[in-house]
Design a protein around this ligand. Sequence first.
Ligand code: AHM
Ligand code: MG
Length: 320
Amino acid sequence: MSSTALTGWLASQDASQHLTTILCTIASAGEELAEIIRNAPIAGNVGATAAQNVQGEVQKALDVISNDLLLDRLAAIPSIAAMVSEEMEAPVLNAETGQYIVCFDPLDGSSNTDCNGPVGTIFSVLGRTATGAVTEAEICRGARVQVAAGYIIYGPATQLVITTGTNVALFALAQGAGFQLQIDGVRVPTGTREFAINAAHRESWDERTRRYVDACQLGSKGPFAASYTMRWMGAMVADVHRILLKGGLFAYPALVTADGVKPKLRFLYEINPIAMILECAGGHCYSGDTPSQQYVPHTIHDRVPVVLGAPDEVARYQGE
Ligand code: AHM
Ligand code: MG
Protein backbone atom coordinates (compact mmCIF):
# COMPACT_ATOMS: atom_id res chain seq x y z
CA MET A 1 0.00 0.00 0.00
CA SER A 2 1.60 3.25 -1.06
CA SER A 3 1.30 6.11 1.43
CA THR A 4 0.13 9.45 0.05
CA ALA A 5 0.92 11.02 3.44
CA LEU A 6 4.57 10.02 3.07
CA THR A 7 4.74 11.14 -0.57
CA GLY A 8 3.24 14.49 0.41
CA TRP A 9 5.64 14.97 3.29
CA LEU A 10 8.64 14.14 1.07
CA ALA A 11 7.43 16.73 -1.45
CA SER A 12 7.33 19.29 1.38
CA GLN A 13 10.99 18.45 2.04
CA ASP A 14 11.89 18.96 -1.65
CA ALA A 15 12.92 15.31 -2.03
CA SER A 16 13.63 14.38 -5.66
CA GLN A 17 11.39 11.92 -7.48
CA HIS A 18 14.11 9.26 -7.38
CA LEU A 19 14.65 9.66 -3.64
CA THR A 20 10.89 9.63 -3.04
CA THR A 21 10.60 6.33 -4.92
CA ILE A 22 13.35 4.77 -2.82
CA LEU A 23 11.93 5.95 0.51
CA CYS A 24 8.34 4.99 -0.35
CA THR A 25 9.53 1.54 -1.45
CA ILE A 26 11.30 1.05 1.89
CA ALA A 27 8.16 2.18 3.72
CA SER A 28 6.00 -0.21 1.77
CA ALA A 29 8.47 -3.08 2.40
CA GLY A 30 8.15 -2.13 6.08
CA GLU A 31 4.37 -2.53 5.83
CA GLU A 32 4.86 -6.02 4.42
CA LEU A 33 7.38 -6.85 7.14
CA ALA A 34 5.07 -5.59 9.88
CA GLU A 35 2.53 -8.19 8.82
CA ILE A 36 5.12 -10.95 8.52
CA ILE A 37 6.49 -10.13 11.99
CA ARG A 38 3.01 -10.00 13.50
CA ASN A 39 2.24 -13.47 12.13
CA ALA A 40 5.69 -14.99 12.73
CA PRO A 41 4.86 -17.08 15.83
CA ILE A 42 1.94 -18.78 14.05
CA ALA A 43 3.77 -19.13 10.71
CA GLY A 44 6.76 -20.71 12.49
CA ASN A 45 9.11 -17.86 11.56
CA VAL A 46 10.66 -17.32 15.00
CA GLY A 47 13.93 -18.75 16.29
CA ALA A 48 17.35 -19.18 14.75
CA THR A 49 18.39 -20.63 11.40
CA ALA A 50 21.43 -22.87 11.03
CA ALA A 51 23.29 -19.99 9.36
CA GLN A 52 25.60 -17.24 10.61
CA ASN A 53 25.91 -13.83 8.99
CA VAL A 54 29.13 -12.02 8.01
CA GLN A 55 29.43 -10.77 11.60
CA GLY A 56 29.58 -14.38 12.87
CA GLU A 57 26.15 -13.91 14.50
CA VAL A 58 23.46 -16.57 14.38
CA GLN A 59 20.78 -15.47 11.91
CA LYS A 60 17.17 -15.51 13.00
CA ALA A 61 14.55 -16.69 10.52
CA LEU A 62 13.17 -13.15 10.39
CA ASP A 63 16.64 -11.71 9.69
CA VAL A 64 16.76 -13.73 6.47
CA ILE A 65 13.14 -13.01 5.49
CA SER A 66 13.56 -9.24 6.09
CA ASN A 67 16.84 -9.09 4.18
CA ASP A 68 15.46 -11.00 1.18
CA LEU A 69 12.32 -8.87 1.05
CA LEU A 70 14.19 -5.54 1.13
CA LEU A 71 16.71 -6.70 -1.47
CA ASP A 72 13.94 -7.87 -3.76
CA ARG A 73 11.89 -4.66 -3.54
CA LEU A 74 14.88 -2.30 -3.86
CA ALA A 75 16.56 -4.18 -6.71
CA ALA A 76 13.72 -3.07 -9.02
CA ILE A 77 14.67 0.61 -8.62
CA PRO A 78 17.04 1.88 -11.35
CA SER A 79 18.28 4.85 -9.28
CA ILE A 80 19.88 2.44 -6.77
CA ALA A 81 23.45 1.62 -7.76
CA ALA A 82 24.21 -0.67 -4.83
CA MET A 83 22.91 -1.97 -1.52
CA VAL A 84 24.72 -2.78 1.70
CA SER A 85 23.10 -4.98 4.34
CA GLU A 86 24.15 -6.11 7.79
CA GLU A 87 23.34 -9.63 6.65
CA MET A 88 25.61 -9.73 3.58
CA GLU A 89 29.38 -9.72 3.35
CA ALA A 90 29.70 -7.73 0.11
CA PRO A 91 27.68 -4.87 -1.38
CA VAL A 92 24.99 -5.97 -3.84
CA LEU A 93 25.55 -4.14 -7.12
CA ASN A 94 22.35 -2.99 -8.79
CA ALA A 95 22.02 -0.45 -11.66
CA GLU A 96 25.44 1.01 -12.50
CA THR A 97 23.94 4.33 -13.56
CA GLY A 98 21.98 4.72 -10.32
CA GLN A 99 22.71 7.84 -8.25
CA TYR A 100 22.15 6.32 -4.81
CA ILE A 101 23.46 3.63 -2.47
CA VAL A 102 21.09 2.19 0.14
CA CYS A 103 22.46 0.72 3.38
CA PHE A 104 20.21 -1.17 5.79
CA ASP A 105 19.96 -3.29 8.87
CA PRO A 106 16.91 -5.35 7.85
CA LEU A 107 15.93 -6.39 11.37
CA ASP A 108 17.69 -4.64 14.21
CA GLY A 109 17.36 -6.29 17.63
CA SER A 110 16.31 -9.59 16.09
CA SER A 111 17.05 -11.54 19.29
CA ASN A 112 13.79 -9.94 20.46
CA THR A 113 11.84 -11.96 17.88
CA ASP A 114 11.95 -14.96 20.24
CA CYS A 115 10.00 -13.11 22.93
CA ASN A 116 7.70 -10.71 21.06
CA GLY A 117 9.94 -7.72 21.83
CA PRO A 118 10.26 -4.66 19.55
CA VAL A 119 12.49 -4.83 16.46
CA GLY A 120 13.17 -2.45 13.60
CA THR A 121 14.50 -1.80 10.12
CA ILE A 122 17.18 0.93 9.87
CA PHE A 123 18.02 2.53 6.51
CA SER A 124 20.40 5.11 5.10
CA VAL A 125 20.52 6.56 1.57
CA LEU A 126 23.90 7.82 0.34
CA GLY A 127 24.52 9.96 -2.74
CA ARG A 128 27.17 8.59 -5.10
CA THR A 129 30.62 10.20 -5.24
CA ALA A 130 31.85 8.39 -8.39
CA THR A 131 30.58 6.85 -11.61
CA GLY A 132 30.87 3.29 -12.90
CA ALA A 133 30.55 0.18 -10.78
CA VAL A 134 30.29 0.93 -7.06
CA THR A 135 33.29 -0.10 -4.96
CA GLU A 136 33.59 -0.59 -1.22
CA ALA A 137 35.93 2.44 -1.13
CA GLU A 138 33.27 4.64 -2.75
CA ILE A 139 30.63 3.50 -0.27
CA CYS A 140 32.94 4.25 2.68
CA ARG A 141 33.84 7.72 1.33
CA GLY A 142 30.17 8.31 0.54
CA ALA A 143 29.08 7.77 4.12
CA ARG A 144 29.44 11.54 4.57
CA VAL A 145 26.98 12.12 1.69
CA GLN A 146 23.94 10.79 3.49
CA VAL A 147 20.83 12.27 1.86
CA ALA A 148 18.14 10.49 3.87
CA ALA A 149 17.85 8.18 6.86
CA GLY A 150 15.18 6.52 8.88
CA TYR A 151 13.89 3.49 10.69
CA ILE A 152 10.69 1.52 11.01
CA ILE A 153 9.89 0.21 14.48
CA TYR A 154 7.69 -2.88 14.79
CA GLY A 155 6.29 -2.66 18.32
CA PRO A 156 2.75 -2.55 19.66
CA ALA A 157 2.31 -0.09 16.76
CA THR A 158 4.39 0.13 13.58
CA GLN A 159 5.93 3.57 13.12
CA LEU A 160 8.27 5.17 10.62
CA VAL A 161 10.79 7.88 11.52
CA ILE A 162 12.40 9.62 8.59
CA THR A 163 14.52 12.64 7.64
CA THR A 164 16.05 14.04 4.48
CA GLY A 165 18.39 16.26 6.49
CA THR A 166 16.11 18.94 7.94
CA ASN A 167 12.89 17.92 9.70
CA VAL A 168 12.34 14.57 11.37
CA ALA A 169 8.85 13.16 10.78
CA LEU A 170 7.07 10.39 12.64
CA PHE A 171 4.44 8.32 10.80
CA ALA A 172 2.21 5.59 12.24
CA LEU A 173 0.91 2.67 10.20
CA ALA A 174 -2.87 2.59 9.97
CA GLN A 175 -4.27 -0.79 8.94
CA GLY A 176 -5.27 -0.67 5.30
CA ALA A 177 -4.36 3.01 4.94
CA GLY A 178 -0.55 3.09 4.94
CA PHE A 179 1.68 5.38 7.03
CA GLN A 180 -0.11 8.45 8.41
CA LEU A 181 1.78 11.55 9.56
CA GLN A 182 1.80 11.76 13.35
CA ILE A 183 4.43 14.44 14.10
CA ASP A 184 6.31 16.70 11.68
CA GLY A 185 9.37 18.21 13.35
CA VAL A 186 10.17 15.76 16.15
CA ARG A 187 12.50 17.34 18.76
CA VAL A 188 14.36 15.36 21.45
CA PRO A 189 13.11 16.55 24.86
CA THR A 190 15.71 17.63 27.42
CA GLY A 191 15.64 17.25 31.21
CA THR A 192 14.90 13.50 31.21
CA ARG A 193 17.13 11.65 33.67
CA GLU A 194 17.11 8.27 31.92
CA PHE A 195 19.95 6.18 30.54
CA ALA A 196 20.19 2.98 28.47
CA ILE A 197 23.27 0.76 28.56
CA ASN A 198 24.02 -2.95 28.82
CA ALA A 199 25.30 -2.76 32.40
CA ALA A 200 26.54 -6.37 32.31
CA HIS A 201 29.62 -5.08 30.47
CA ARG A 202 30.77 -2.77 33.28
CA GLU A 203 34.17 -4.41 33.73
CA SER A 204 34.96 -3.77 30.05
CA TRP A 205 33.92 -0.11 29.98
CA ASP A 206 36.25 2.84 29.47
CA GLU A 207 36.70 5.30 32.33
CA ARG A 208 34.27 7.89 30.93
CA THR A 209 31.38 5.40 30.73
CA ARG A 210 32.06 4.05 34.22
CA ARG A 211 32.18 7.56 35.68
CA TYR A 212 28.88 8.54 34.01
CA VAL A 213 26.97 5.42 35.09
CA ASP A 214 28.37 5.65 38.64
CA ALA A 215 27.15 9.25 38.83
CA CYS A 216 23.67 8.26 37.57
CA GLN A 217 23.47 5.44 40.10
CA LEU A 218 24.44 7.73 42.98
CA GLY A 219 21.27 9.66 42.17
CA SER A 220 20.47 12.75 44.19
CA LYS A 221 23.54 12.14 46.40
CA GLY A 222 25.93 12.05 43.43
CA PRO A 223 27.53 14.73 41.24
CA PHE A 224 24.43 15.00 38.99
CA ALA A 225 22.22 15.63 42.06
CA ALA A 226 19.23 13.88 40.44
CA SER A 227 17.55 10.47 40.49
CA TYR A 228 17.88 8.41 37.29
CA THR A 229 15.95 5.56 35.68
CA MET A 230 17.53 2.89 33.49
CA ARG A 231 15.93 1.27 30.41
CA TRP A 232 17.35 -1.35 28.03
CA MET A 233 15.29 -2.79 25.19
CA GLY A 234 17.90 -5.05 23.52
CA ALA A 235 17.08 -3.32 20.21
CA MET A 236 18.77 0.00 19.47
CA VAL A 237 15.82 1.08 17.33
CA ALA A 238 13.51 0.81 20.34
CA ASP A 239 15.92 2.60 22.71
CA VAL A 240 16.48 5.38 20.18
CA HIS A 241 12.75 5.71 19.57
CA ARG A 242 12.12 6.20 23.28
CA ILE A 243 14.89 8.80 23.48
CA LEU A 244 13.58 10.65 20.42
CA LEU A 245 10.16 10.98 22.05
CA LYS A 246 11.07 11.16 25.75
CA GLY A 247 14.73 12.19 26.05
CA GLY A 248 17.62 10.56 27.91
CA LEU A 249 20.75 8.78 26.71
CA PHE A 250 21.83 5.52 25.02
CA ALA A 251 25.42 4.29 25.02
CA TYR A 252 27.16 1.31 23.49
CA PRO A 253 30.84 1.98 24.25
CA ALA A 254 33.65 -0.13 22.83
CA LEU A 255 34.38 -2.97 25.24
CA VAL A 256 37.98 -3.15 26.43
CA THR A 257 38.83 -6.86 26.53
CA ALA A 258 41.97 -9.02 26.60
CA ASP A 259 41.47 -9.47 22.82
CA GLY A 260 41.38 -5.74 22.11
CA VAL A 261 38.96 -2.83 22.03
CA LYS A 262 35.62 -3.95 20.57
CA PRO A 263 32.76 -1.67 19.52
CA LYS A 264 29.51 -3.52 18.75
CA LEU A 265 27.29 -1.36 16.58
CA ARG A 266 27.94 -1.05 12.86
CA PHE A 267 28.48 2.36 11.30
CA LEU A 268 26.94 2.39 7.83
CA TYR A 269 23.52 0.94 8.54
CA GLU A 270 23.12 1.47 12.29
CA ILE A 271 24.96 4.52 13.62
CA ASN A 272 25.19 6.79 10.55
CA PRO A 273 21.41 6.88 9.94
CA ILE A 274 20.53 7.10 13.64
CA ALA A 275 23.04 9.97 14.04
CA MET A 276 21.39 11.90 11.18
CA ILE A 277 17.95 11.50 12.73
CA LEU A 278 19.17 12.51 16.22
CA GLU A 279 21.08 15.57 15.01
CA CYS A 280 18.12 16.75 12.88
CA ALA A 281 15.90 16.40 15.96
CA GLY A 282 18.20 18.53 18.12
CA GLY A 283 19.96 15.60 19.80
CA HIS A 284 23.58 14.47 19.57
CA CYS A 285 25.37 11.31 18.52
CA TYR A 286 29.08 10.85 19.18
CA SER A 287 31.62 8.14 18.48
CA GLY A 288 34.34 8.98 21.00
CA ASP A 289 34.90 12.75 20.85
CA THR A 290 33.79 12.98 17.21
CA PRO A 291 30.22 13.57 16.00
CA SER A 292 29.36 10.15 14.54
CA GLN A 293 28.42 11.51 11.13
CA GLN A 294 32.02 12.70 10.63
CA TYR A 295 33.38 9.18 10.91
CA VAL A 296 34.68 7.66 7.67
CA PRO A 297 34.57 3.85 7.78
CA HIS A 298 37.36 1.68 6.36
CA THR A 299 35.07 -1.23 5.51
CA ILE A 300 31.32 -1.50 4.98
CA HIS A 301 30.88 -3.42 8.24
CA ASP A 302 33.02 -1.15 10.46
CA ARG A 303 31.85 -0.89 14.06
CA VAL A 304 32.04 2.25 16.19
CA PRO A 305 31.39 3.17 19.83
CA VAL A 306 28.35 5.37 20.34
CA VAL A 307 26.71 7.67 22.82
CA LEU A 308 23.54 9.43 21.72
CA GLY A 309 20.54 11.25 23.05
CA ALA A 310 19.39 14.59 24.39
CA PRO A 311 22.13 17.26 24.32
CA ASP A 312 22.08 17.81 28.10
CA GLU A 313 22.53 14.12 28.90
CA VAL A 314 25.17 13.53 26.20
CA ALA A 315 27.12 16.52 27.61
CA ARG A 316 27.03 14.94 31.08
CA TYR A 317 28.34 11.66 29.65
CA GLN A 318 31.13 13.48 27.79
CA GLY A 319 32.10 15.18 31.08
CA GLU A 320 31.34 18.71 29.90
P1 AHM B 1 21.64 -6.74 15.72
O1 AHM B 1 21.64 -5.73 14.61
O2 AHM B 1 22.33 -8.01 15.35
O3 AHM B 1 20.28 -6.97 16.30
O4 AHM B 1 22.59 -6.17 16.92
C1 AHM B 1 22.46 -4.86 17.38
C2 AHM B 1 21.72 -4.83 18.69
C3 AHM B 1 21.21 -3.45 19.01
O5 AHM B 1 19.94 -3.28 18.47
C4 AHM B 1 21.18 -3.45 20.51
O6 AHM B 1 21.30 -2.16 21.08
C5 AHM B 1 22.34 -4.30 20.86
O7 AHM B 1 22.59 -5.15 19.74
C6 AHM B 1 22.02 -5.16 22.06
O8 AHM B 1 23.16 -5.79 22.45
P2 AHM B 1 23.30 -6.59 23.82
O9 AHM B 1 23.47 -7.99 23.37
O10 AHM B 1 24.52 -6.03 24.47
O11 AHM B 1 22.05 -6.35 24.65
MG1 MG C 1 21.29 -3.97 14.28
